[in-house]
Design a protein around this ligand. Structure first.
Ligand code: LCV
Length: 259
Protein backbone atom coordinates (compact mmCIF):
# COMPACT_ATOMS: atom_id res chain seq x y z
CA UNK A 1 0.00 0.00 0.00
CA UNK A 2 1.62 3.31 -1.03
CA UNK A 3 2.26 5.77 1.79
CA UNK A 4 1.95 8.67 -0.66
CA UNK A 5 -0.19 9.09 -3.80
CA UNK A 6 0.86 11.36 -6.69
CA UNK A 7 -1.54 12.59 -9.39
CA UNK A 8 -1.42 15.12 -12.22
CA UNK A 9 -4.33 17.26 -13.46
CA UNK A 10 -3.19 19.43 -16.34
CA UNK A 11 -0.10 21.34 -15.16
CA UNK A 12 -0.92 20.83 -11.44
CA UNK A 13 0.51 17.89 -9.51
CA UNK A 14 -0.92 16.67 -6.21
CA UNK A 15 0.78 14.60 -3.52
CA UNK A 16 -1.56 13.03 -0.97
CA UNK A 17 -0.12 11.67 2.27
CA UNK A 18 -1.77 8.26 2.65
CA UNK A 19 -0.19 6.55 5.71
CA UNK A 20 -3.49 6.77 7.55
CA UNK A 21 -2.99 4.08 10.20
CA UNK A 22 -0.11 6.11 11.60
CA UNK A 23 -1.65 9.53 10.91
CA UNK A 24 0.91 10.24 8.16
CA UNK A 25 3.82 9.98 10.60
CA UNK A 26 6.88 11.18 8.68
CA UNK A 27 9.11 8.11 8.69
CA UNK A 28 11.91 7.23 6.29
CA UNK A 29 9.68 5.16 3.97
CA UNK A 30 7.03 7.87 3.64
CA UNK A 31 9.63 10.59 3.00
CA UNK A 32 11.30 8.47 0.30
CA UNK A 33 7.92 8.16 -1.43
CA UNK A 34 7.23 11.88 -0.97
CA UNK A 35 10.53 12.90 -2.56
CA UNK A 36 10.02 10.32 -5.32
CA UNK A 37 6.55 11.69 -5.95
CA UNK A 38 7.85 15.24 -6.29
CA UNK A 39 10.53 14.09 -8.76
CA UNK A 40 7.93 12.20 -10.80
CA UNK A 41 5.55 15.20 -10.95
CA UNK A 42 8.42 17.49 -12.00
CA UNK A 43 9.35 14.98 -14.73
CA UNK A 44 5.74 15.34 -15.95
CA UNK A 45 6.35 19.12 -16.04
CA UNK A 46 4.10 19.99 -13.11
CA UNK A 47 4.06 23.77 -12.75
CA UNK A 48 2.60 23.69 -9.23
CA UNK A 49 2.50 20.90 -6.63
CA UNK A 50 -0.19 20.61 -3.96
CA UNK A 51 0.74 18.67 -0.80
CA UNK A 52 -2.32 17.38 1.08
CA UNK A 53 -3.90 14.70 3.24
CA UNK A 54 -7.06 12.86 2.15
CA UNK A 55 -10.35 14.78 2.34
CA UNK A 56 -11.82 14.65 5.83
CA UNK A 57 -8.48 13.83 7.49
CA UNK A 58 -8.57 14.43 11.28
CA UNK A 59 -4.75 14.53 11.29
CA UNK A 60 -2.86 16.08 8.35
CA UNK A 61 0.38 14.62 9.75
CA UNK A 62 1.45 13.53 13.22
CA UNK A 63 4.98 14.75 12.55
CA UNK A 64 8.30 12.90 12.72
CA UNK A 65 7.85 9.17 13.28
CA UNK A 66 8.67 8.99 17.00
CA UNK A 67 9.57 5.31 16.66
CA UNK A 68 12.40 6.32 14.32
CA UNK A 69 13.94 8.79 16.75
CA UNK A 70 17.32 7.36 17.80
CA UNK A 71 17.67 6.49 21.54
CA UNK A 72 21.30 5.36 21.42
CA UNK A 73 22.92 8.76 21.86
CA UNK A 74 22.80 9.76 18.20
CA UNK A 75 21.60 13.21 17.14
CA UNK A 76 17.84 12.85 16.41
CA UNK A 77 17.69 15.44 13.62
CA UNK A 78 20.87 15.28 11.56
CA UNK A 79 21.32 16.67 8.05
CA UNK A 80 20.38 13.30 6.51
CA UNK A 81 17.32 12.72 8.72
CA UNK A 82 14.32 12.01 6.45
CA UNK A 83 12.43 15.05 7.77
CA UNK A 84 15.39 17.32 7.06
CA UNK A 85 15.70 15.86 3.55
CA UNK A 86 11.97 16.44 2.94
CA UNK A 87 12.16 20.08 4.09
CA UNK A 88 15.16 20.74 1.82
CA UNK A 89 13.53 18.80 -1.02
CA UNK A 90 10.43 21.02 -0.97
CA UNK A 91 12.46 24.23 -0.71
CA UNK A 92 14.62 23.14 -3.65
CA UNK A 93 11.65 22.13 -5.84
CA UNK A 94 11.59 24.69 -8.69
CA UNK A 95 7.78 24.62 -8.88
CA UNK A 96 5.75 26.31 -6.13
CA UNK A 97 4.46 23.85 -3.50
CA UNK A 98 1.14 24.66 -1.80
CA UNK A 99 0.35 22.92 1.50
CA UNK A 100 -3.40 22.31 1.62
CA UNK A 101 -4.11 21.62 5.27
CA UNK A 102 -7.15 19.94 6.83
CA UNK A 103 -6.83 18.43 10.30
CA UNK A 104 -4.12 18.75 12.92
CA UNK A 105 -0.43 19.22 12.10
CA UNK A 106 2.20 18.15 14.65
CA UNK A 107 5.88 18.78 15.24
CA UNK A 108 8.13 18.29 12.25
CA UNK A 109 5.06 18.24 9.99
CA UNK A 110 4.61 21.92 10.85
CA UNK A 111 8.12 22.53 9.54
CA UNK A 112 7.22 20.54 6.43
CA UNK A 113 4.18 22.81 5.94
CA UNK A 114 6.35 25.88 6.57
CA UNK A 115 8.84 24.70 3.93
CA UNK A 116 6.03 24.90 1.36
CA UNK A 117 5.62 28.17 -0.53
CA UNK A 118 1.99 28.78 0.37
CA UNK A 119 -0.33 27.35 3.01
CA UNK A 120 -4.11 27.11 2.63
CA UNK A 121 -5.79 25.75 5.75
CA UNK A 122 -9.31 24.86 6.81
CA UNK A 123 -10.79 26.79 9.73
CA UNK A 124 -10.69 23.69 11.96
CA UNK A 125 -7.03 22.88 11.30
CA UNK A 126 -4.43 23.34 14.03
CA UNK A 127 -0.63 23.52 14.24
CA UNK A 128 1.47 22.32 17.21
CA UNK A 129 5.25 22.63 17.62
CA UNK A 130 6.13 19.71 19.91
CA UNK A 131 9.92 19.46 20.60
CA UNK A 132 9.49 20.66 24.19
CA UNK A 133 6.61 18.24 24.77
CA UNK A 134 8.65 15.29 23.47
CA UNK A 135 11.99 16.40 24.94
CA UNK A 136 13.61 16.66 21.50
CA UNK A 137 16.52 19.09 20.92
CA UNK A 138 15.33 20.51 17.60
CA UNK A 139 18.15 21.31 15.17
CA UNK A 140 19.49 24.71 14.11
CA UNK A 141 18.21 24.57 10.51
CA UNK A 142 14.74 23.66 11.74
CA UNK A 143 14.60 26.42 14.34
CA UNK A 144 15.78 28.88 11.70
CA UNK A 145 12.90 27.73 9.49
CA UNK A 146 10.46 28.34 12.34
CA UNK A 147 11.94 31.82 12.93
CA UNK A 148 11.58 32.72 9.27
CA UNK A 149 8.01 31.50 9.05
CA UNK A 150 6.25 33.72 11.54
CA UNK A 151 6.52 36.41 14.22
CA UNK A 152 9.23 35.44 16.76
CA UNK A 153 7.08 35.91 19.88
CA UNK A 154 4.42 33.73 18.27
CA UNK A 155 6.94 31.01 17.39
CA UNK A 156 8.21 31.11 21.00
CA UNK A 157 4.67 30.66 22.29
CA UNK A 158 4.18 27.68 19.95
CA UNK A 159 7.53 26.11 20.88
CA UNK A 160 7.39 26.73 24.66
CA UNK A 161 3.74 25.67 25.17
CA UNK A 162 3.67 22.91 22.47
CA UNK A 163 -0.09 23.51 22.36
CA UNK A 164 -2.10 23.23 19.10
CA UNK A 165 -2.73 26.69 17.62
CA UNK A 166 -5.85 27.42 15.55
CA UNK A 167 -5.38 28.17 11.85
CA UNK A 168 -6.83 31.68 12.24
CA UNK A 169 -4.12 32.63 14.76
CA UNK A 170 -1.45 30.96 12.64
CA UNK A 171 -2.66 33.07 9.72
CA UNK A 172 -2.62 36.27 11.77
CA UNK A 173 1.09 35.66 12.49
CA UNK A 174 2.09 34.79 8.93
CA UNK A 175 2.24 30.99 9.14
CA UNK A 176 -0.77 30.49 6.81
CA UNK A 177 -1.80 32.39 3.65
CA UNK A 178 -5.53 31.61 3.63
CA UNK A 179 -7.94 30.14 6.19
CA UNK A 180 -11.20 29.00 4.61
CA UNK A 181 -14.24 26.84 5.45
CA UNK A 182 -13.34 23.21 4.72
CA UNK A 183 -15.81 23.07 1.83
CA UNK A 184 -13.83 25.87 0.10
CA UNK A 185 -10.40 24.40 0.77
CA UNK A 186 -9.89 22.67 -2.58
CA UNK A 187 -11.40 25.51 -4.66
CA UNK A 188 -9.20 28.12 -2.97
CA UNK A 189 -6.09 25.98 -3.40
CA UNK A 190 -6.90 25.23 -7.05
CA UNK A 191 -7.56 28.92 -7.73
CA UNK A 192 -4.12 29.86 -6.43
CA UNK A 193 -2.51 27.00 -8.34
CA UNK A 194 -4.28 28.08 -11.53
CA UNK A 195 -3.08 31.66 -11.18
CA UNK A 196 0.52 30.46 -10.88
CA UNK A 197 0.34 28.08 -13.84
CA UNK A 198 -0.57 31.04 -16.07
CA UNK A 199 2.71 32.77 -15.24
CA UNK A 200 6.25 32.07 -16.42
CA UNK A 201 7.49 28.86 -14.77
CA UNK A 202 11.12 29.91 -15.24
CA UNK A 203 10.60 33.30 -13.59
CA UNK A 204 8.68 31.68 -10.72
CA UNK A 205 11.48 29.11 -10.28
CA UNK A 206 14.07 31.91 -10.32
CA UNK A 207 12.11 34.01 -7.80
CA UNK A 208 11.66 30.96 -5.54
CA UNK A 209 15.42 30.24 -5.63
CA UNK A 210 16.35 33.92 -5.11
CA UNK A 211 14.05 34.12 -2.08
CA UNK A 212 15.42 30.80 -0.75
CA UNK A 213 19.07 31.89 -1.13
CA UNK A 214 18.49 35.38 0.28
CA UNK A 215 16.44 34.07 3.21
CA UNK A 216 19.20 31.54 3.95
CA UNK A 217 21.92 34.22 3.89
CA UNK A 218 22.27 34.15 7.70
CA UNK A 219 25.89 34.45 8.83
CA UNK A 220 26.40 32.12 11.79
CA UNK A 221 29.61 32.25 13.80
CA UNK A 222 31.07 28.68 13.74
CA UNK A 223 31.81 28.87 17.46
CA UNK A 224 28.19 29.86 18.17
CA UNK A 225 27.06 26.93 16.03
CA UNK A 226 29.34 24.52 17.91
CA UNK A 227 28.07 25.87 21.25
CA UNK A 228 24.47 25.19 20.19
CA UNK A 229 25.45 21.71 19.02
CA UNK A 230 27.00 20.94 22.41
CA UNK A 231 23.81 22.18 24.14
CA UNK A 232 21.79 19.89 21.85
CA UNK A 233 24.14 16.96 22.54
CA UNK A 234 23.61 17.33 26.28
CA UNK A 235 19.85 17.05 25.67
CA UNK A 236 19.82 14.07 23.35
CA UNK A 237 22.21 12.36 25.79
CA UNK A 238 19.84 13.18 28.68
CA UNK A 239 17.34 11.09 30.60
CA UNK A 240 14.62 13.62 29.70
CA UNK A 241 15.06 12.89 25.98
CA UNK A 242 14.60 9.17 26.64
CA UNK A 243 11.64 9.98 28.90
CA UNK A 244 9.88 12.00 26.17
CA UNK A 245 9.98 9.13 23.68
CA UNK A 246 9.13 6.48 26.31
CA UNK A 247 6.11 8.52 27.48
CA UNK A 248 4.82 8.77 23.92
CA UNK A 249 5.18 5.04 23.33
CA UNK A 250 3.56 4.27 26.73
CA UNK A 251 0.73 6.73 25.91
CA UNK A 252 1.24 8.79 29.07
CA UNK A 253 2.31 12.35 29.91
CA UNK A 254 6.09 12.76 30.16
CA UNK A 255 7.69 13.46 33.55
CA UNK A 256 10.65 15.72 32.76
CA UNK A 257 13.07 16.08 35.70
CA UNK A 258 15.59 18.34 34.00
CA UNK A 259 18.19 15.50 33.99
C1 LCV B 1 4.88 7.51 15.20
C2 LCV B 1 2.63 7.80 15.56
C3 LCV B 1 2.83 9.17 15.64
C4 LCV B 1 4.11 9.74 15.46
N1 LCV B 1 5.10 8.85 15.24
O1 LCV B 1 -4.48 8.33 17.34
O2 LCV B 1 8.89 18.39 16.52
S1 LCV B 1 9.46 17.33 17.31
O3 LCV B 1 10.80 17.64 17.79
O4 LCV B 1 8.56 16.93 18.40
C5 LCV B 1 9.59 15.96 16.24
C6 LCV B 1 10.51 14.94 16.80
C7 LCV B 1 8.25 15.44 15.92
O5 LCV B 1 7.64 15.76 14.92
O6 LCV B 1 7.73 14.52 16.88
C8 LCV B 1 6.40 14.04 16.64
C9 LCV B 1 5.42 15.10 17.17
N2 LCV B 1 4.06 14.56 17.08
C10 LCV B 1 3.16 14.56 18.07
O7 LCV B 1 3.43 14.95 19.21
C11 LCV B 1 1.79 13.95 17.75
C12 LCV B 1 1.79 12.51 18.28
N3 LCV B 1 0.49 11.88 18.02
C13 LCV B 1 -0.61 12.16 18.76
O8 LCV B 1 -0.62 13.00 19.68
C14 LCV B 1 -1.85 11.41 18.39
O9 LCV B 1 -1.47 10.28 17.60
C15 LCV B 1 -2.82 12.28 17.56
C16 LCV B 1 -3.40 13.39 18.47
C17 LCV B 1 -2.11 12.86 16.35
C18 LCV B 1 -3.97 11.37 17.09
O10 LCV B 1 -4.50 10.69 18.21
P1 LCV B 1 -5.42 9.42 17.98
O11 LCV B 1 -5.85 8.96 19.34
O12 LCV B 1 -6.43 9.74 16.95
P2 LCV B 1 -3.36 7.44 18.06
O13 LCV B 1 -2.59 8.27 19.04
O14 LCV B 1 -4.00 6.19 18.58
O15 LCV B 1 -2.39 7.11 16.84
C19 LCV B 1 -2.72 6.08 15.91
C20 LCV B 1 -1.43 5.36 15.62
O16 LCV B 1 -0.50 6.31 15.03
C21 LCV B 1 0.69 6.31 15.78
C22 LCV B 1 0.28 5.92 17.19
O17 LCV B 1 1.42 5.42 17.89
C23 LCV B 1 -0.74 4.85 16.89
O18 LCV B 1 -0.04 3.68 16.52
P3 LCV B 1 -0.50 2.23 17.16
O19 LCV B 1 -1.87 1.99 16.60
O20 LCV B 1 0.55 1.29 16.67
O21 LCV B 1 -0.49 2.42 18.65
N4 LCV B 1 1.30 7.64 15.76
C24 LCV B 1 0.69 8.80 15.97
N5 LCV B 1 1.57 9.80 15.92
N6 LCV B 1 4.38 11.04 15.48
N7 LCV B 1 3.62 6.98 15.33
Amino acid sequence: MPLVQSTMEGPVGTITLAYLEKHNALGKALIEELLGGIASLLAQEARVIILRAPRGAKVWSAGHDVRELPTDGRDPLTYDDPLRRAVRGIKETPAPVIAMVEGSVWGGACELVMSCDLVVASEQSTFALTPAKLGVPYDVAGVLNFMRSANLAFIKEMLFTAEPIAAKRACAFGLVNHVVPVEELEATTNRLAGAMTRNSPHVIALLKEELHVLAAATPLDPEAFERIQSLRRRIYDSADYQEGIRAFLERRAPRFEGR
